[in-house]
Write a protein that binds this ligand. Sequence first.
Ligand SMILES: *Cc1c(COP(=O)(O)O)cnc(C)c1O
Length: 391
Amino acid sequence: MNKDFLPLCRPAIDESDIDAAINVLRSGWITTGKQCNELETLITQQTGATYAVTLSSATAGMHLALLALGIGPGDEVITPSLTWVSTINMISLLGAKPIFVDVSPHTLMTDAERIGPLITPRTKLIIPVHYAGAPLDLDAIYALSERYNIPVLEDAAHALGTQYKGRAIGKTGHCIFSLHAIKNITTAEGGIFTTQDENLAVRIRRLRFHGLGVDAFDREHQGRAPQAEVIEPGFKYNMPDLCASLAIGQLKRIDAITDKRHLLAHHYREKLNLIRGIEPLGLPDYPHRHCWHLLIVRIIPHIFGMNRNDFIQALKTHGIGAGIHFKACHSQKYYRELNNEHMNSIDERLPNTLINSEQICSLPLFPDMDKAHVERVIQAIINISEQQDEA
Ligand SMILES: *Cc1c(COP(=O)(O)O)cnc(C)c1O
């Protein structure tokens, strides 16, 4: 690690993962094949999901899941604005309308009470987001889903290794996980769709590779039979084996990776509690296991004496990286202009989204850190805070 700069994140790739990737390079088979199959099996074991499909990204998974669930023009999809833009982009590209739901001011997650009042006859899907590594209150959300007969697609990009009431995220429902470089387990770029629904899994598997049908040859050999036929026009969203090979070892170490994140997160939270004007997120009050994907704090400007953007800049001068997860999507240029006339009413409906969009900051958290790195971040924050007092 560069001694001078502490980045927001560094992947948990070790020498054995690098060896695994080199073996794939030497094997002569570098794109989708055995490694992807093994990764899919490991994901089903880890999450308890019945089916797992590897993809080029979570965004690709979102695109295919929306298509497979029949989302199109005129449909409404309820999702937070405080999420990654890919969800809103995919909904919009399919001609559907994102209906933004507010989030809890403490956990940044939405819930059934907030979603319920937004349901209309046009609502076709709910996409809630497991946030920062904590789980949504799924029981209440699925009760709502059943009452109105509207499917749920869980954005589990942050939630590989997270548990809700003793069950892993992915064990029920349809989920999308991300294996992007900053996520807890990574293939550099990649995503996984999990479901218990065989038809949906088959459809997404087909759509990820040109819409080609799967045949017996395919199941027995790596790669696809040259005689496979296009069943419907599809995309090119498959994951290469070279990438999949990186995640196999990480997944086998997932408990150790998550435990280390826990240790660091708890150390952070203990120390952060002593700094005025810095507020860590609240934790859900139902039983859960956090995977500590992100360590998010809020900078309360009138108490800390500085706003979030200046705070991130100040951290940088101390050689510390930070991030924003996330800026409210509806306030991005394109969506702002699209909703120009309705901006005020959207803003009014999303008070917790707006304030958090301005105040949240993600601090460095990755398994190769140790407590001394946390101390360094804490000391930098204390220095920044004291400089404010002097100013
Ligand atoms: C990272 C992320 C995504 C997108 O993942 P990609 O693999 O980069 O496409 C979607 N939603 C959330 C909440 C994310 O953090």
